[in-house]
Write a protein that binds this ligand. Structure first.
Ligand code: UT7
Length: 331
């Protein structure tokens, strides 16, 4: 009798978005920008903004509770909670600890992941590894951001790009040679760290030429990040498909990081994945950093665009630089 491999499949997905919307028209009143520029150059129409007192852990807990509900598991069955975020409520306690408390996941280990916009895929990779190794059965991976807390509302280069939100997925043990997570590739290059930085977010002090301390706001060399994103996302997607023994023609749905529709189109073109197989929701939420992938995955599922047997490729890129992709056959 052949023994099927232990792997992990996604048994639940969830998302949480703040109520408040910030439209391009609102931004026109705040900085020198226009709806036309933002729509054409980035593809965003509006983004969600956390309310006062609504923190990353609140969004993370809501998304996690949704994913848990869909999985049919109880919180005490979760072995590990991983939260990918660049905007934790506090460095410690970690957001994962706060989610654990909120859910009552009394048997779970807890860990935050710092991999910027790629954090969800790094979390998925750890979940897969733990489950494949037979060390754990159910791992909850959450990605949550209140990006609007690290945005300089006077800087039109960046303030139009980001939004708040959270997404989550439960990864559970399954026995299959064909289903669940098929392959993952992680990547990074610290040589390009300066292209996208959050100054004064740690022990290093950033100052301007006059020695004045900079604000704790995202700074980005957009053009360079754009080029790196296209190249690395395309290569990474090809790599996970190769590892899974699949071709781009076999992809049912491609879910890329939602940073810019022009990046998404350029990556899809390199992969020769047609537009109808590419999931895009950036118009509604902007760039929610680590949360874009699990929010999109959840919405794709809600819209019936993810069905049993489908090959899904998710692909992210972010500060660090970091990148990563994962191929799944939905089970
Ligand atoms: O999630 C992490 C990864 N992040 C990304 O992948 C983001 C990657 N980068 C991008 O998506 C794009 O580079 C941006 C959306 C950030 C910028 O788009 P761009 O096409 O690279 O614009 P640009 O910076 O080359 O600027 C083009 C022009 C400039 O004016 P001039 O010099 O041509 O007169 C800018 O000053 O657009 C101007 N501009 C704006 N105009 C209206 C820049 N920002 C704005 C704005 N509204 N908000």
């Amino acid at each position: 009798m052949s023994v099927r491999k232990i792997t992990a499949k996604i048994t639940g997905v969830g998302k949480a978005l703040p109520e408040k919307r910030l439209t391009n028209a609102d931004l026109e009143k705040m900085v020198d920008t226009s709806d036309a520029w933002i729509s054409q150059r980035v593809g965003i129409k509006e983004r969600r903004i956390a309310a006062e007192g609504e923190w990353t852990s609140h969004l993370a807990s809501r998304a996690a509770a949704d994913a848990l509900k869909m999985s049919g598991l109880t919180a005490d069955q979760i072995d590990l909670i991983l939260v990918a975020t660049s905007t934790p409520d506090t460095v410690y306690p970690s957001v994962a600890c706060l989610v654990q408390k909120e859910l009552g996941a009394i048997h779970a280990g807890v860990l935050d992941i710092s991999a910027a916009c790629t954090g969800f895929i790094y979390g998925a990779s750890l979940a897969w590894g733990m489950i494949k190794a037979g060390l754990m059965k159910h791992v909850l991976v959450v990605a949550a951001e209140v990006n609007t807390s690290i945005v300089d509302w006077k800087d039109r280069d960046t303030c139009i790009l980001f939004g708040d939100g959270a997404g989550a997925a439960v990864f559970s043990e399954c026995h299959s040679d064909t289903d669940g997570i098929l392959s993952i590739k992680l990547g990074g290059d610290g040589n390009y760290g300066e292209l996208l930085e959050l100054p004064n977010s740690g022990c290093r002090v950033y100052t301007d030429e006059s020695g004045n301390k900079l604000g704790r706001y995202i700074i980005m060399q957009g053009n360079e990040v754009f080029k790196q994103a296209v190249r690395n996302m395309a290569e990474c997607a090809v790599c996970v498909l190769d590892r899974a023994g699949l071709t781009t023609q076999e992809v049912s749905l491609f879910i890329p990081h939602q940073a810019n529709t022009r990046i998404i189109e350029a990556v899809a073109k390199r992969l020769a994945v047609p537009a109808e197989k590419v999931f895009v929701n950036i118009a509604n939420y902007g760039n929610t950093s680590a949360a874009t992938i699990p929010i999109a995955l959840c919405e794709a599922f809600e819209q019936g665009r993810v069905k049993k047997g489908d090959v899904i490729v998710v692909d992210a890129f972010g500060a660090g630089l970091t990148w990563g992709a994962m191929a799944i056959r939905w089970a």
